[in-house]
Write a protein of this length. Sequence first.
Length: 286
Amino acid sequence: MIHKTHHIPESKKKAITQTVKLIKEYPIIGVVNMQNLPAKQLQKMRATLRGRVELMMTKRRLIKLAIEKVKGDKKGVELLLNHMKGMPALLFTRDDPFALAKILKANKSNAPIKAGQIAPIDIWVKAGPTPFAPGPIIGELGAIGIKAGIDAGKVKIMKDSLVVEEGKEVSKKIADVLLRLSVEPMEIGLDLTAVLENGEIITKDILFVDEKEYVAKLVMAHSESLALALEIGYATEETIKILLSRSQRNVEAVAKAAKIMTGANAAEMVAQAEAEAKKVESKVNV
């Protein structure tokens, strides 16, 4: 469907034209959520990313119109519409998307969540001690589903508690308690929700995977697959030397047990025979 834009103000037509130009020009397009991003933080991010990233901020409707115009020329671009959240903007770059995600994450800072804001993630309050003396705070915690008790004269949270699910609005009561507990679930910065590269969408959960955890899982997978291949005798470039060495040791052990002389054990068997002969000689006084 082709959208008519003759009724759109000239300034908005320019925004659509510019967005279309950037979509066609850049190989990598990201969707970011600008909601709750202070102007000061935005300026800082722009300075950090200058020369690497082009950021196009305009109304959601204009972004949709631009994508409609160009979807026949850019494979998969319409898939970005499924990842526009909050106050969306488009991000354009030629950098590796994982390197970009790493930069964006490094430049985020934590902040308290306010009443009325939408939880960006599941918000948990972890079990453990608090600085509070016994009092009304126990009832306040209980009112939002946090089980608390007394330990060493202080209020203690007895178990991990999910107080707000991702996507739900935070009430004033919960926001006040989280503030008192110094729980800061908001990450202030550019919230990258998805990236389009080569017609494929890379989602947030993949872009921001923990590198150390990922490498640790790869190392474990390699170790377990190597152990399995050795157990079943599966020959690969990594296992062949180990399998041959193991086979050689097994053959040598069988030959030794059966007293079969081979090139590998001849010297040992001759030496053993000589030792046994001397032992017999000493017993019979020959």
